[in-house]
Design a protein around this ligand. Structure first.
Ligand SMILES: NC(=O)c1ccc[n+]([C@@H]2O[C@H](COP(=O)([O-])OP(=O)(O)OC[C@H]3O[C@@H](n4cnc5c(N)ncnc54)[C@H](O)[C@@H]3O)[C@@H](O)[C@H]2O)c1
Length: 333
């Protein structure tokens, strides 16, 4: 199979490339390195070289149609599947640069979707549970409506709304161009390479504080819960959504949206305790201002993913935190 992975030098994208390579797929990454890193792709380059498979990187903007033409040439003129992961992710960006979040998330999706349509390639859109906004009815499933608070209050939903509109455009392409497109929604994925800087995501941010022995900031009261999901579990689901012609239950996968998340709720305070236990540090969490628009809970209904993809979250949070901590301690900066 020949695949394009937009955002392939990022957290999920680089793990996805590693998983795709294991099946001898030829891959071309498109990433402008906004948050991606060349070093995230070191394993890919090494294993591709060992296996004798070409591995291509186009270091350009995935909003630009030309980037896809270059990628297509690198792949010898044909592509079977486009995994679209390029986006601006990281909560602080949603508040600080909503203009960038909306523009990049929309324009990259538009360019990737048009390209896949023109090539007759399968399309996988990485949406997000943030597309449901501040919905409080759980679990989140196909019939759940999105709830966004008024935009004059805060800009948090620049991201969630961009993913909602992305899903809408995917459905439009299916209806008007008969493209075979599927949607996946990862739930708080974590693991090696998840950014833990000030614009990063919570598991890595907490573990980074343990590493340098500095206080952990908890936004809000820490009682908000998430369903943290080990990166390889999430990537396995994204890969399956792109590989399977039909569901394992015989169902049509086109136009379906698959939640990829653990169903175990963990509060942010519980998470910080687990990070403290794993790292053996004595630092304590510090309660600070809430992120406006932060959902209180986010629990996936994964029955569709279980039945059609044969997917489930396998790795416990305890095990995943331990693995992430070991990686963090041993990484080369
Ligand atoms: N990590 C999660 O838990 C999670 C949850 C839900 C959805 N998602 C979605 O999954 C995808 C991957 O997320 P991630 O956590 O790996 O984030 P990430 O920031 O690590 O990866 C996104 C990649 O897109 C690249 N990118 C940004 N703008 C680009 C542009 N204009 N052209 C080319 N590349 C560009 C970045 O450089 C980065 O490498 C995103 O679409 C994100 O919204 C992630």
């Amino acid at each position: 199979m020949r695949a394009i992975v937009t955002g392939g030098a990022g957290f999920l994208g680089s793990h996805l490339c590693e998983a795709l390579l294991l099946d001898f797929n030829e891959i071309c990454v498109i990433d402008d390195m906004f948050r991606g890193k060349q070093k995230n792709l070191e394993n890919c380059k090494a294993s591709a070289a060992e296996m004798g498979i070409p591995f291509h990187i186009v270091m350009k903007d995935a909003s630009n149609p030309e980037s896809y033409e270059i990628a297509l040439r690198r792949l010898g003129g044909s592509v079977d599947v486009v995994y679209h992961l390029a986006a601006i992710n990281g909560t602080r960006w949603f508040h600080e640069r909503p203009d960038l979040v909306v523009r990049i998330n929309h324009n990259t999706l538009d360019a990737a979707l048009n390209f896949a349509t023109s090539q007759g390639a399968r399309f996988i859109f990485t949406s997000s549970p943030e597309a449901w906004g501040e919905q409080t009815t759980m679990p989140l499933d196909e019939n759940t409506s999105s709830i966004f608070s008024p935009p004059q209050l805060h800009q948090r939903h620049s991201y969630g709304a961009s993913k909602y509109i992305g899903e809408l455009l995917v459905h439009h392409a299916i209806r008007t161009h008969s493209i075979d497109a599927r949607i996946v929604r990862p739930f708080n994925s974590y693991g090696p390479r998840l950014p833990g800087d000030s614009h990063g995501q919570v598991v890595s941010m907490l573990l980074e504080k343990c590493l340098v022995n500095e206080p952990m900031e908890i936004h809000g009261n820490g009682q908000q819960t998430r369903c943290f999901t080990w990166v390889e579990d999430v990537v396995n689901g994204i890969k399956l959504a792109g590989e399977l012609d039909i569901g394992l239950d015989g169902s049509n996968l086109c136009g379906r949206a698959f939640n990829l998340g653990s169903t175990i709720e963990t509060s942010i305070l519980e998470l910080s305790d687990m990070c403290i236990q794993t790292s053996g540090t004595t630092i304590q969490p510090v309660i600070t201002t809430a992120h406006p628009g932060d959902a209180i809970r986010r629990i996936p209904d994964i029955s569709e993913s279980q039945q059609a993809l044969g997917w489930d979250a396998e790795v416990s949070l305890e095990e995943g935190i331990e693995r992430t901590w070991v990686w963090m301690k041993n990484r080369n900066h």
